[in-house]
Design a protein around this ligand. Structure first.
Ligand code: SAM
Ligand code: SF4
Length: 486
């Protein structure tokens, strides 16, 4: 099945492949030192690797896509599921031979796995020289320099303010059309299954003016789409005096001005009507009607919302500490449909086999899927993560075969729903943004509609970055097919 990517427990649409495993692109300018980065996990990690590349470039390192010629190798890692960590460990073992033949090469583990395991990672993985958490990337040049002198280093300091707002990311593996902009870091929610609050620290929002500047700069360079990234974008809140969410909540009355996510969306949408704006991830407890009306008001804000539900059962949601129940979630979906209509794309994340989940509760997830009619979903079985609230409080008591069977059931349901949702598009005229050639054939182009669905059209005079009006003529569960409307 084409949309199964590296994690066997993760099913995602085509576009998610970009956030599973990638090497850097060539940025070579002939300087001597070379950096090779691989990113694992979510889009935030890809965005972070672009910040890392920029910090390293300032210090004399160009990126390379050939790890054999690298002086420094960074693996920017993910801890969200056990499988993600095992993949990184396997990759490290593959670098063993290289390191033996090139002992002067520096190998660094960055990101969530570094933050979670700290010094332990140096003990467990002998080839690793550096362990650096997501808030310590400014220290990378120093740490690399010490490693070159033979001193291994660890920096997993978690900041309450760092947003890397002043760093202009180097776009890696870019199609030159779409780019990510990180708008906030960390997460203050404490979903009981999730390791992110422990690996990425407290929630802070980035200066909105630096975000707008980054969007303008991208547009001037020819980009046509930006995706605003954060673990919980609806919770974005910034004031000139304070960017840390918890502290800001305490002194909201005293700050000179406040920018929330609806304001930020509007500011970015105004950069140009020809710059599409997307965002991810929305949290059901935080997405406001103000945000929905802002999306409606601007044609260039894409009509697509990723609104992870995790489970369709209120008791399980409570154990997950998601702070909403099934009814609240369905209420938000009704509001999206009321304000943005049937054509707005909606996707979700779901976890099967969370602690104590019964068959009936699992069926509640299936029935919620029938009601919501998601366009697509990222689906996982529960993977207990050390240190999380769930690991401390609950027994991981659902056998793996049951977790997997339930996962297969939701995947099957999602496939059927995706096909039905896509069929509704057949016959419609939609505007797509061309991203490049289709992977399958030189004869076809690949674009995306506002609802984030991939649309394949015959290759003709169009270029990457063109907006094209197409009539949808056919579909599969994963893709729409169209022809250009003259
Ligand atoms: N902040 C986003 C939100 O709350 O929706 C999601 C961030 S997380 C990187 C992406 C997804 O991974 C989650 O929505 C959840 O479905 C899944 N996930 C997180 N922890 C997990 C775990 N322990 N086992 C399985 N899936 C997990
Ligand atoms: Fe994890 Fe929940 Fe935060 Fe998402 S909102 S990153 S699932 S703690």
């Amino acid at each position: 099945m084409e949309n199964i990517i590296k994690d066997i427990d993760l099913i995602a649409p085509e576009e998610a492949q970009a956030c599973d495993f990638k090497t850097t692109g060539d940025e070579n300018t002939g300087k001597s030192k070379k950096l090779y980065i691989e990113s694992y996990g979510c889009q935030m990690n890809f965005s972070d690797s672009e910040i890392v590349a920029s910090i390293m470039k300032e210090n004399g390192f160009d990126t390379t896509s050939d790890f054999e010629e690298a002086d420094v190798i960074f693996l920017n890692t993910c801890s969200i599921r056990e499988k993600a960590e095992l993949t990184v460990r396997k990759r490290l073992s593959q670098f063993n031979t290289l390191k033996k033949s090139k002992p002067e090469m520096t190998i660094g583990v960055l990101g969530c796995m570094a933050e979670r395991l700290k010094e332990k990672l140096l003990e467990e993985e002998k080839i690793v020289d550096l362990v650096v958490g997501p808030d310590a990337y400014r220290d990378l040049p120093n740490l690399v320099s010490s490693a070159e002198d033979g001193h291994k280093g660890v920096n997993t300091f978690l900041s309450r303010e760092e947003t890397y707002a002043d760093i202009s990311p180097i776009r890696l593996n870019s199609n030159g059309v779409s780019a990510f902009i990180s708008i906030m870091r960390g997460c203050d929610n404490m979903c009981s299954f999730c390791v992110v609050p422990f690996t990425r620290g407290r929630e802070r929002s980035r200066d909105p003016f630096s975000i707008v500047e980054e969007a303008k700069d991208l547009f001037e360079k020819g980009y046509k789409e930006v995706t605003l990234l954060g673990q919980n974008v609806d919770s974005y809140k910034w004031s000139p005096e304070e960017n840390n969410k918890a502290r800001l909540n305490k002194k909201e009355e005293q700050v000179s001005s406040l920018i929330n996510f609806a304001h930020l969306l509007e500011m970015v949408a105004k950069v140009s009507p020809k710059l599409r704006v997307r965002f991810s991830t929305s949290h059901p407890k935080d997405i406001t009607d103000e945000v929905l009306y802002t999306i409606k008001r601007y044609d260039n804000i894409c009509k697509y919302i990723h609104l992870p539900v995790q489970s369709g059962n209120s008791r399980v949601l409570e154990m997950m500490n998601r702070t909403y129940d099934r009814e609240w979630y369905l209420g938000r979906i009704s509001k999206i449909r009321e304000i943005l209509g049937e054509e707005c794309g909606i996707s979700s994340d779901m976890i099967t086999g969370f602690c104590t989940e019964t068959e009936e509760e699992h069926r509640n997830t299936l029935s919620l899927m029938d009601i919501v009619q998601y366009d697509f979903s990222y689906m996982f079985f529960y993977s207990e993560r050390p240190g999380t609230l769930a690991a401390k409080k609950y027994e991981d008591d659902i056998p793996l075969d049951i977790k997997k069977r339930r996962l297969a059931e939701i995947i099957e349901k999602q496939s059927a729903i995706s096909l039905e949702r896509n069929k509704l598009d057949v016959g419609k005229i939609q505007e797509i943004l061309i991203e490049g050639k289709s992977k399958r054939s030189e004869e076809q182009l690949k674009g995306r509609n506002s609802a984030n669905k991939v649309v394949i059209i015959p290759n003709n005079k169009f270029q990457k970055g063109d907006y094209v009006k197409v009539k949808i003529t056919d579909c599969s569960a994963a893709t729409l097919f169209g022809e250009v409307v003259s």
